[in-house]
Design a protein around this ligand. Structure first.
Ligand SMILES: [Zn+2]
Length: 223
């Protein structure tokens, strides 16, 4: 199902990637791209005001501010894990949430872009963790100069004739499969943060191509 943004009048797939869900449960009427643009313009025009607002909010909500600061969020999570999980469980068991999640999951499985996106995110997570680091609550897409759509187009443009989204994945001895390969391997471009030059090199579009997957991939280049 598509949804038209009330700001730019473009039509996007109605999902979390393109539209935000407001705290009242409704979809935001403008797309994420427009929201981002608007936030940026507003932020630049109101930098001082924004900083004051943030400070005011922090002074008024010292506990929450502590909770939301990325350095202490992990600690907070650790100390309140059960409470948080219980809250999540109650939220997830609401019928409208179950319905929405089921719809998303159905779309997810069908959408190669989402699969690709998840795999990239997972690979980066894995690489950072191997270096005793983490994404620290940041989205990888904040650090990449392309969108998941760009990545998908870049990969598709390099497909060999037999490649398609149905045979994207891990080879297990059956039909031919392909995966996203790093031309300069990840093992030669280690990074501790998404700000590192190596991260940019490793995940630049120039370094990514579709490649036929071979067996034992998980024992070799992935590590
Ligand atoms: Zn828009």
């Amino acid at each position: 199902m598509n949804k038209t943004c009330t700001k730019c009048y473009s039509s996007f797939k109605k999902d979390k990637e393109n539209f935000r869900i407001l705290s009242n449960g409704y979809w935001c009427s403008s797309c994420r791209r427009c929201e981002k643009k608007r936030n940026k313009i507003w932020y630049n025009a109101n930098k001082k005001k924004h900083q004051e607002l943030v400070k005011k909010w922090k002074d008024k909500n010292p506990e929450k501010a502590k909770k939301y600061s990325s350095s202490s969020s992990r600690k907070y999570y650790k100390n309140n894990k059960e409470k948080i999980l219980e809250k999540k469980k109650i939220y997830r068991s609401r019928p409208e949430v179950i319905k929405r999640n089921n719809e998303w999951n159905r779309d997810r499985r069908k959408d190669p872009k989402i699969k690709l996106k998840q795999n990239v995110s997972r690979a980066i997570n894995y690489a950072l963790r191997a270096m005793d680091s983490s994404k620290d609550n940041h989205s990888i897409w904040e650090f990449l100069d392309y969108t998941s759509e760009d990545l998908k187009n870049h990969i598709e443009a390099q497909w060999e004739s037999w490649m398609n989204w149905d045979n994207y994945g891990i080879y297990n001895g059956g039909t031919r499969k392909w995966h996203v390969d790093h031309i300069i391997p990840q093992s030669k471009l280690l990074y501790k943060s998404m700000n590192d030059n190596n991260f940019q090199k490793c995940w630049s579009l120039n370094n990514l191509r579709p490649l036929e997957a071979v067996k034992n991939l998980s024992d070799g280049s992935r590590k």
